[in-house]
Ligand binder design. Structure first.
Ligand code: GLU
Length: 420
């Protein structure tokens, strides 16, 4: 068993200590329900064929069809896909979506593929997994290095295979192909709603608190943009190539314009107005709120000692290792965990799926208000569990999710029912 999945499961066992669980529950959640591996043979532009490793893991479907993104990244492996599918199971339960969890991935560096190669790869993925996914079975969505267009190609391929338009098989599609308004910024927005809702409890305020965002892709950008618009000072931003720190504050919109023009945030503030650092060094700069919005395993037991933020909002999946968690908890840093903080994306994915099934599309104001109404009470509940049980917020979020999953598992009757 790989390290990431092993560590993901540790968090489950940790949470289980705070609930009186039927033994059936942990047994059911021990391994993924099913995982499929395939190799995708793709015709490249130069006429040759290349083979790419691909996976899809459906972790658990007790609470409904499985849901989760597809990631394109050179480091994608089975261990990571399983861990991410596990996290999706808990994420959907934290915010009470009628879904289980899944994840998919392809080991590929998208920078080395042309646009048409990427389209062929995406269509090949759907052909390989066509019997595994489905609108009432397993519903993919975007993740790292996949986007609305990727989802559009995939929905189109699936519709061709089944012989009819089938938009509900995948979410995060372009608007014109049955996508939902508000899906593009939903992950950042969900985290923003959670943070603002808990602001007083966390002793934060827009006029005093400074923010660093690691990762300036879709998620990090929108999170930074919304906090900036409310008056929070964004003092640090980074992308995969560079990091900027400016005690006076950065304007995320201007930095994004520069990134779109030049391909990087490097030099976005002009000479001398921002310090250029490494991605790693940025995490340790002075701020009140740190938002990791890039990759897993960014904060471990070592650099956790040097983090200056009081609050960490995890917009990425799994950015803190269990060792990092321990150090941060010990140092009194509050971590708002990924399965709560970044659940806005899958929540609006759920809205998209509902709209596809109903054939009736909602205005943006409805999406925003439903997202807010969906996330705030769950954030409050996690906060309350944290206080009631005197545990960290991550464990509290797992307790909250596990309680819901357990209720569904035992609704068929558990050991307690059959032995009494
Ligand atoms: N990939 C996103 C996540 O990790 C979104 C998943 C979805 O919308 O299904 O939450």
């Amino acid at each position: 068993m790989g390290q990431l999945f092993h560590e993901a499961r540790k968090r489950l066992r940790q949470a289980a200590k705070f609930l009186d669980l039927d033994p059936d529950v942990l047994e059911k959640l021990k391994y993924p329900k099913e995982t499929l591996a395939a190799s995708l043979l793709v015709r490249m532009d130069d006429g040759s064929r290349r083979s790419f490793k691909a996976w899809r893991c459906r972790y658990d479907d007790t609470r409904g069809p499985t849901k989760g993104g597809i990631r394109y990244h050179p480091a994608v492996c089975l261990d990571e896909v399983m861990a991410l599918a596990f996290w999706m199971t808990f994420k959907c339960a934290v915010v009470n979506l009628p879904y289980g969890g899944a994840k998919g991935g392809v080991a590929v560096d998208t920078n080395q593929l042309s646009k048409s190669e990427l389209e062929r790869l995406s269509r090949a993925y759907v052909r390989a997994f066509a019997n595994f996914i489905g609108p009432d079975r397993d519903i993919p969505a975007p993740d790292m290095y996949t986007n609305a267009m990727t989802m559009g190609w995939m929905a189109d391929e699936f519709s061709t295979i089944v012989g009819q338009p089938s938009p509900a098989v995948i979410t995060g599609k372009p608007l014109q192909l049955g996508g939902s308004l508000g899906r593009d910024d939903a992950t950042g927005r969900g985290g923003y709603y959670v943070l603002r809702h808990l602001e007083r409890d966390l002793r934060l305020s827009p006029d005093k608190s400074r923010v660093i965002v690691q990762g300036f892709g879709n998620v990090g950008y929108h999170g930074a943009r919304m906090l900036h618009a409310d008056g929070y000072r964004i003092v640090g931003l980074s992308d995969s190539q560079s990091a900027l720190y400016a005690a006076d504050g950065l304007d995320p919109i201007a930095v994004m314009e520069h990134k779109k023009r030049t391909g990087s945030i490097r030099g976005a503030m002009g000479h001398g107005r921002a310090q250029e650092l490494t991605n790693k060094a940025l995490l340790e700069q002075e701020c009140d709120i740190l938002i990791p919005a890039a990759m897993e395993n960014q904060i471990d037991a070592q650099n956790a000692q040097n983090i200056q933020a009081r609050v960490i909002l995890e917009l990425a999946n799994g950015p803190i290792t269990p060792g990092g968690d321990q150090v941060l908890n010990h140092r009194g840093v509050t971590v708002i965990p990924d399965i709560l903080a970044n659940a806005g994306g899958v929540t609006v994915s759920y809205f998209e799926w509902v709209q596809n099934k109903a054939g009736y599309y909602w205005p943006l104001t409805d999406i925003h208000s439903r997202l807010k109404q969906g996330m705030e009470p769950e954030a409050r509940r996690v906060w309350d569990i944290r206080l009631e049980k005197e545990i960290d917020m991550r464990t509290a979020a797992y307790v909250h999710a596990l309680d819901r999953i357990a209720a569904a598992v035992t609704a068929h009757g558990g050991k307690a029912y059959f032995c009494s």
